[in-house]
Ligand binder design. Structure first.
Ligand code: CU
Length: 154
């Protein structure tokens, strides 16, 4: 490969490539602007959300939520649709950034309570905002889901 008017400088090409790479990362992250009023801390207990007739609460321990440590996830459901619930899944993702598939199937602990454990990886970009999408899959009828935003600890 030759550069017009001057000899090739691999160092310069490398710098350009790195610059473009970081611009892509930064603009990619900034698309995921989020209303921080809706961010859960779990410091004062579970966060709650409503999906149709279903009330969904989520607690993650320990709080604040560390990355790369074993975490405990507890979902509690209440409402008329709760009885026919077959499966409750929890999907962990970063808004606007693909961090790999991270889905936790929660065990039925009875009384509308579902429990499981998992790990949140450390984000290479240093971002800390995560989304836990709780999907309630009934034996029949439509899947209901509730999203909980939270930040992992520094
Ligand atoms: Cu990330």
């Amino acid at each position: 490969m030759s550069c017009p008017g001057r000899p090739c400088r691999p160092g310069r090409l490398m710098a350009c490539a790195l610059f473009i790479f970081f611009v892509v990362i930064i603009t990619g992250c900034e698309k995921a602007s989020v209303d921080t009023a809706n961010v859960c801390s779990f410091l004062k207990g579970p966060c709650t959300a409503r999906s149709g007739e279903l009330d969904v609460s989520l607690m993650i321990t320990p709080a604040p939520v560390p990355s790369m440590k074993d975490l405990r996830f507890v979902v509690e459901l209440s409402g008329p649709d709760t009885a026919s619930t077959a499966t409750v899944r929890l999907g962990l993702e970063m808004p606007g950034m693909y961090m790999g598939e991270n889905i936790i199937t929660l065990e039925d602990a009875g009384g509308g309570r579902y429990e499981g454990s998992g790990i949140i990886p450390t984000c290479p970009s240093g971002k800390r905002l995560w989304s836990a999408l709780v999907s309630v899959v009934p034996e029949e009828g439509r899947i209901r889901s509730a999203e909980f935003l939270f930040e992992v600890a520094r």
